[in-house]
Write a protein that binds this ligand. Structure first.
Ligand SMILES: *[C@@H]1O[C@H](CO)[C@@H](O)[C@H](O)[C@H]1NC(C)=O
Ligand SMILES: *[C@@H]1O[C@H](CO)[C@@H](O)[C@H](O)[C@H]1NC(C)=O
Ligand SMILES: [Mn+2]
Length: 619
């Protein structure tokens, strides 16, 4: 039953989530690092914004410990047997003989038997690329991977006549061996008579091996294979959406499959795609992803899930729809609210629909934009269970830019173009004011005009007919940071995760300090979910006894006799409607402020932004 939830932490979107979790852990266990991280971030990039910083620190410590290990080799041996040394710096070094840098993720499962120089080389490559390039360079390009299809897929037959296919592989500073393995997998696992061309799009890579050496490989390839291999290079960095558009513009086949270059397509991946698009040219399809481990390069099979997203418009896996389960056919196409990024479509249909929104920066959100456009403007999105593509999920991304910033900006762009009166949910989820957010999401007039021209349906239609799981939260009275006038440097905070002890903590910009006060009286603490059936929203709760407030799942709190409804107006007290106790701050003589529930002493609270009420009734 919880299968799909586990599958949430996977492929294209998962890494950021995982990193975010790491950060939060760090955040709550190391106060010093906490203030360092928080002090240097002034914008709500959400937790994802922290990853580059985290990595920099990780790299720094690794390099430092690397040096100190080398120096202290003989001396540290007495600690022996792979034990961790005490202390922060030393924790980074595990002392099994001749194995270094074991705190780095790349060496958790891999790397036995390498010399010191090899370990160092592998680590350097890993830090640079976010996956195990050292290993990739040794694996054959034509390696076999397990066939992860359901057995029933093998019984399927497809029409003899199918549309032709252009495969587009986009990349930015990818390892050459990874690109070559992707090309080889496409060549070896796609019927030659269907594959018209492979188009590589380089979004302005800087790595040397992707210049002359790649050109040479392409020349060689075109001498030996019947399928044309083209390379297009951007003259400056233009981002994921533009790279996909560049590939699409160059494509000439009936159907385009737009993939990342860190993939290996699996056996029989193309036929289900081509057959389905031949049947209905308005379907945009996605294969099912499996994961290639960034350290061992082994394939991990992933269960089927629908591709959804959160109100931040960040991708999120959803349970397989009941209607699909009821079909009783494991090979049937599955309706999905969104794609994760990788997609295949009828080329003309995709072009007429407006391709990708070139106004999107870097990555993130462009997949949701396309998905809303497909559904609202007359197409459909389906996941094809018999088409499987193995995707290498990086441990970290090789972009210098903080991904939280374009992500938030792209999300507002999507909200403003497509989401009508529900756009307030995106602003609220990112904790931005509804007016004057200060974020420049670019010129959207041509995309608005496109929406007019294609006579697209409303987002309200999309929510009701395509994505009923995504629920707007109506009547948010106020949201944002919640402060008490006794000390405005501390904010109501979700506290450690997992855990249910809210606290007052130095204010920062991460979602754990988001607060939403609803007209109905609940106070949500933490990220805005709006998917109550699957993900958990926490409510501030008075149990009626003791003086500690707690956080409980909103859906369960009432049933278990908790009191979750509060009276609050800006600049007044926060008073529980059932117990008549107030949420207050109390300072112990030497300690920090504590949150308590007690007889009201008229303490004054404020919540940052004015929310949107009556959203379901009016534009
Ligand atoms: C890969 O190519 C080599 C050399 O052409 C060949 O010997 C080997 O059998 C191939 N492996 C697979 C899995 O196809
Ligand atoms: C809180 O108020 C109640 C009712 O007015 C009273 O009985 C109780 O003693 C008060 N508690 C404290 C700690 O002042
Ligand atoms: Mn990818």
């Amino acid at each position: 039953m919880r299968l799909w939830r586990r599958s949430c932490s996977k492929v294209l979107c998962a890494k950021l989530t995982l990193l975010a979790a790491n950060i939060l852990l760090l955040f709550y266990t190391r106060e010093a690092i906490h203030s360092l991280v928080v002090g240097s971030l002034h914008k709500e990039g959400a937790a994802v914004a922290q990853s580059p910083l985290y990595l920099k620190k990780d790299m720094h410590h690794l390099r430092k410990s690397m040096k100190s290990t080398t120096k202290r080799q003989g001396h540290v041996a007495k600690w022996g047997n792979g034990e961790f040394l005490p202390g922060w710096k030393e924790m980074k070094v595990r002392l099994a003989p001749k194995r270094f840098f074991l705190s780095s993720k790349i060496f958790q499962q891999w790397g036995k038997g390498l010399s010191e120089a090899q370990q160092q080389e592998a680590l350097d490559l890993f830090l640079e690329f976010g996956y195990n390039v050292f290993l990739s360079n040794q694996l054959p390009y034509n390696r076999s991977i397990p066939d992860t299809r359901d057995a029933r897929c093998l019984q399927k037959t497809y029409p003899a006549q199918l549309p032709s296919l252009s495969v587009i592989l986009i990349f930015m500073n990818e390892a050459l061996s990874v690109i070559q393995r992707a090309i080889t997998s496409v060549t070896n696992r796609t019927p030659t008579w269907l594959l018209k061309e492979i188009i590589l799009v380089d979004d302005f890579s800087s790595h040397g091996e992707l210049k002359a050496r790649l050109d040479e490989k392409i020349k060689l390839y075109n001498q030996n294979y019947p399928v044309l291999l083209k390379l297009i290079r951007h003259k400056k960095r233009r981002g994921l959406a533009q790279a996909r558009n560049t590939g699409l513009e160059a494509a000439t086949a009936d159907v385009v499959a737009i993939l990342d270059a860190h993939i290996e397509v699996n056996i029989g991946w193309a036929e289900p795609i081509l057959a389905r698009i031949q049947e209905d040219h308005t379907v945009v399809v996605s294969p099912v992803f499996d994961n290639i481990d960034f350290d061992t390069f082994e394939l991990k099979k992933y269960e089927l899930a629908a591709d959804g997203f959160s109100w931040k418009l960040w991708c999120q896996y959803d349970p397989v729809p009941q209607a699909w389960i009821d079909l009783g056919d494991a090979t049937a196409p599955m309706k999905s609210p969104s794609i994760m990024g990788i997609l295949a479509a009828n080329r003309i249909f995709l072009e007429e629909l407006g391709a990708l929104d070139g106004g999107m920066l870097l990555y993130g959100g462009e997949n949701v934009e396309l998905s809303l456009r497909v559904w609202q403007c007359g197409g459909k999105i389906e996941i094809l269970p018999c088409s499987r593509v193995a995707h290498l999920e990086r441990h970290h991304k090789p972009y210098a830019m903080d991904p939280g910033i374009p992500l938030r900006r792209n999300a507002l762009r999507v909200a403003e173009i497509w989401m009508d009166k529900y756009k307030y949910m995106v602003y609220s989820a990112w904790n931005l004011p509804l007016q004057n957010s200060g974020i420049d999401y670019g010129d959207i007039s041509s995309r608005r005009a496109l929406r007019e021209k294609l006579k697209c349906k409303t987002f309200d239609w999309y929510l009701k007919n395509v994505y009923p799981l995504l629920k707007p939260v109506p009547n948010i009275v106020r949201y944002g940071r919640m402060k008490n006038s006794l000390d405005e440097n501390v904010c109501l905070d979700r506290g450690p995760v997992p855990g249910n002890s809210p606290k007052m903590a130095p204010c920062h910009e991460f979602s754990v300090q988001n607060v939403y006060y609803l007209l109905s009286g609940e106070i949500y603490v933490g990220e805005l979910i709006g998917k109550e059936d699957i993900h958990e929203q926490y409510c501030l709760t008075d149990s009626g006894t003791g003086e500690k407030p707690t956080l409980e799942l909103c859906s369960q709190a009432v049933n278990s006799g908790q009191h979750i409804y509060w009276d609050f107006q800006q600049g007044q007290s926060v008073k529980n409607r059932d117990t008549a106790r107030c949420l207050e701050m109390r300072k112990d003589p030497s300690g920090p402020y504590r949150l308590v529930l007690e007889n009201c002493t008229q303490q004054i609270w404020n919540i940052q932004h004015i929310g949107r009420t009556g959203a379901t009734d009016s534009q």
